[in-house]
Design a protein around this ligand. Structure first.
Ligand SMILES: NC(=O)c1ccc[n+]([C@@H]2O[C@H](COP(=O)([O-])OP(=O)(O)OC[C@H]3O[C@@H](n4cnc5c(N)ncnc54)[C@H](OP(=O)(O)O)[C@@H]3O)[C@@H](O)[C@H]2O)c1
Length: 322
């Protein structure tokens, strides 16, 4: 089969298209039509991710395609349209074999390209807003990196989970347009966002900050929370892992909440199925729009992964595999 391989840890540019054997037919075998690109794919090409895959490895955490075969007794059968999670590696290939609990029926109105971009971010954001962040009806959600994968997912999902308002924080006007298209109620620039948020909320602040960026904006994020607010720590695309002076939590009655979706799903059997059971009907009914990814051909995987690293990606990035 055709697949993308990372032969050494020198960044996304070393990604190469190779012919390798198909995986052993263990579990649900899927003919992959599209594969999602996520920030950990970029980190892994430099050995900067917590999980280190043995070299050479096939990158890619999520796919969409058609079931070729499923084990006897499975709820899935050949021909089913599905999305699936490899979780960290193996997705950028023509064929994957996955355990059944990581394969989900794709609503008919969701294309393979959109489907390959839906699981990783939407289930993380679901975990962040619903499970860890305790989003309540009528609350305001601010999201950093709002034109990115996690950012656009937050803007699509938060209203369906009850948020009355979303505030998108971006680094440029162009990225503001992407955030607005994903549903942002308001857009502010990262530079000086604290004062802009104060103005927008009449001085009250927001109930939730969903932060995939970290770095030096962390303290201003804490200062932007309303009493009882929660800052959801999702990632560190900005590079620096911030520290927090806990007196700020006490003074303003705010929480800093860790969101590790992979670890949560790994320690809560049935959680992924439960998440998909909430999300799939929203996608099927159109209550939540499917992502509209930027699509690259498989052979340009290196460029696609690099677009996350060099900050040029707008929205979700996906590879068309067949
Ligand atoms: N906790 C979890 O369970 C979980 C699950 C999935 C992903 N994540 C993490 O979430 C983060 C975001 O992933 P993503 O797929 O949304 O990434 P993405 O599509 O690349 O978006 C990240 C955004 O971060 C902002 N950014 C700020 N400084 C940056 C820098 N130095 N380099 C690159 N981007 C920078 C950019 O927005 P501006 O240019 O507008 O600032 C960019 O749009 C990653 O750290 C990922 O590992 C965590």
């Amino acid at each position: 089969m055709r697949a993308i391989q990372i032969p050494r840890l020198d960044g996304p540019d070393v990604a190469e298209l190779v012919d390798i054997d198909e995986p052993a037919a263990d579990g649900v075998v899927i003919d992959v039509h599209a594969a999602g690109v996520a920030f950990p794919d970029a980190l892994q090409t430099r050995g900067l991710y917590q999980y280190k895959a043995p070299l050479p490895y096939v990158p890619g955490a999520e796919i969409a395609g058609v079931v070729r075969s499923a084990p006897a007794g499975s709820a899935l059968s050949a021909g089913d349209r599905v999305a699936g999670l490899t979780m960290l590696t193996g997705g950028m290939a023509e064929v994957v074999a996955l355990p059944e609990d990581r394969v989900f029926a794709l609503p008919d109105n969701v294309s393979f390209e959109a489907g390959a971009g839906v699981l990783f971010n939407d289930l993380t954001v679901h975990c962040a807003l619903r499970t860890r962040g305790r989003l309540a009806g009528g609350e305001t959600v601010l999201v950093h990196g709002a034109a990115g994968g996690i950012g656009t997912s937050t803007l699509r999902l938060a209203p369906a989970f009850g948020a009355a308002r979303t505030i998108a924080v971006v680094s440029s006007a162009d990225k503001g347009d992407i955030a607005r298209a994903a549903g942002a109620s308001d857009v502010v620039l990262a530079d000086g966002f604290k004062d802009a948020v104060k103005d927008l909320t009449g001085g009250r602040g927001v109930d939730i900050v969903l932060d995939p960026v970290g770095g030096d904006r962390f303290t201003d994020s804490l200062r932007s929370l309303a009493p009882g607010g929660r800052l959801l720590v999702v990632g560190f695309t900005g590079g620096e892992i911030p520290t927090v002076k806990v007196n700020r939590l006490l003074l303003n009655n705010v929480d800093v909440v860790g969101v590790g979706w992979g670890a949560w799903s790994g320690t809560h059997p049935g959680y992924l199925a439960q998440q998909w059971a909430e999300l799939a009907p929203l996608l099927a009914s159109g209550a939540v729009a499917a992502p509209e990814p930027i699509v690259y051909p498989l052979e340009r995987a290196g460029e696609a992964i690099a677009s996350l690293e060099n900050r040029t990606a707008t929205g979700k990035v996906v590879l068309k595999v067949r």
